[in-house]
Design a binder for this molecule. Structure first.
Ligand SMILES: Cc1cc2nc3c(=O)[nH]c(=O)nc-3n(C[C@H](O)[C@H](O)[C@H](O)COP(=O)(O)OP(=O)(O)OC[C@H]3O[C@@H](n4cnc5c(N)ncnc54)[C@H](O)[C@@H]3O)c2cc1C
Length: 349
């Protein structure tokens, strides 16, 4: 049977991989799905965010329309990962207890609007359960995953189901239409987009340690900074973090920052330290979260000089929540690719 169409997914990060898999499920046998990317799982580049993520899920109170939308996307991901963790141990996903400790919580936390309440096993912590300095805390069941292992797993699934890949650095999103002769749809999962003025980086410095950990903990410190521990399943160690630095393009590791990160987590959760009271540092991590003012861009753009008959589905700018939103985003990408949703230009979420 002759091939009729190729759908190109630009990007092999978490959004490109999940979107490509969902499109593959929906496509007929005459459609080829091609991932075009500069980097693929197992590559290491500061501009390729996915391998650097913790990664875990942490509910947040949903007060703005964007938060509410993201909350819905994250619920889709939560349910999907629950199923996946049960049947695919090699995917590198586990469910475990998550703890939040906040020193200066906003009203949204105190009034607990949206977000948390629907999460499995959620309960507010008693005062006696809070570490010194924290005034608000919660416990819930969450997932965490080993991001490099998980991305490699998704790519393997895609290729085994007949998906194609091509390593190529595109100069523009329009160039993706030239990757084959029969392309009418391109999905833009390039992380930072192509020249979008609303996109910026949020630098993240963390530390991978081999000290084991049986929970995720996220603490908001009194100066507004965050401390966290996120185990990486399948003997991947534990991510200890970390910074969130908007518009900071520094690629070098700051040893001073590393000391602050480790010291704060040692105070927050001394049980993680080894018999000598130390961390066993494996490596320092610096990554760039592809962040977008106004939130993730998830919409269709029609292009083409004569008749605007070619479709670009944009799905980029997930900031610090790419994994959390991924399967929800992929579901919406499929709806946009196949036209189930109104295809109009509008400003993101
Ligand atoms: C330290 C740190 C911790 C994090 N922790 C978490 C967490 O706990 N939970 C969570 O949900 N998220 C977390 N994140 C955020 C998460 O990593 C990102 O949101 C996510 O990886 C973004 O995925 P993406 O697919 O959009 O982009 P990326 O992973 O950056 O992938 C972009 C893809 O597009 C390709 N590409 C880009 N430009 C071009 C071009 N010109 N031509 C061809 N290909 C191109 C790249 O090669 C790559 O394949 C963390 C991030 C960092 C840095």
């Amino acid at each position: 049977m002759p091939k009729k169409e190729t759908i190109v997914v630009v990007g092999a990060g978490i959004l490109g991989l999940t979107s490509a898999l969902r499109i593959q499920e929906r496509a007929d046998s005459k459609t080829e799905i091609l991932i075009v990317a500069r980097e693929f799982p197992s590559d290491r580049s500061i501009d390729y965010a996915s391998p650097w993520a913790g990664a875990h899920y942490r509910p947040i109170p949903a007060t703005t329309p964007q938060d509410i939308k993201e909350h819905a996307l994250s619920r889709v991901t939560y349910q999907l990962l629950k199923q996946e963790a049960a049947v695919e141990p090699a995917a590198g996903i586990i469910f475990l207890d998550g703890f939040d400790y906040l020193q200066t919580p906003s009203d949204a936390y105190v009034e607990l609007r949206g977000g948390y309440a629907e999460i499995d096993g959620f309960r507010l912590l008693e005062k006696a359960e809070l570490p010194e300095g924290s005034v608000w805390g919660a416990k819930y069941r969450t997932w965490c995953l080993n991001s490099p292992v998980y991305c490699a797993h998704l790519l393997r699934k895609f290729v085994l189901k007949g998906g194609k890949t091509k390593r190529h650095r595109l100069n523009s999103i329009e160039e993706a239409f030239s990757m084959a002769s029969d392309i009418n749809t391109v999905v833009n999962c390039s992380g930072f987009g192509f020249g979008d003025p609303n996109v910026f980086t949020t630098r993240g410095q963390t530390c991978l340690v081999s000290n084991p950990c049986d929970r995720t903990i996220t603490q908001q410190n009194s100066d507004g900074s965050w401390s966290f521990v996120i185990p990486r399943p399948l003997h991947g160690g534990t991510i200890v973090g970390g910074t969130k630095e908007p518009n900071d393009w520094t690629s070098e590791v700051s040893l001073e920052t590393r000391d602050v990160i480790l010291q704060r987590v040692a105070t927050m959760f001394p049980q993680i330290l080894n018999a000598e009271g130390k961390f066993d540092v494996v490596e320092d991590i610096v990554g760039r979260r592809p962040t977008r003012r106004g939130g993730l861009r998830l919409e269709v753009e029609w292009v083409g000089e004569a008749d605007a008959s070619r479709k670009i589905v944009h799905a980029y700018g997930a900031g610090g929540r790419g994994y959390e939103l991924s399967w929800g985003v992929a579901k919406e990408v499929v709806e946009l690719v196949y036209g189930d949703k109104t295809s109009k230009m509008k400003s993101s979420l």
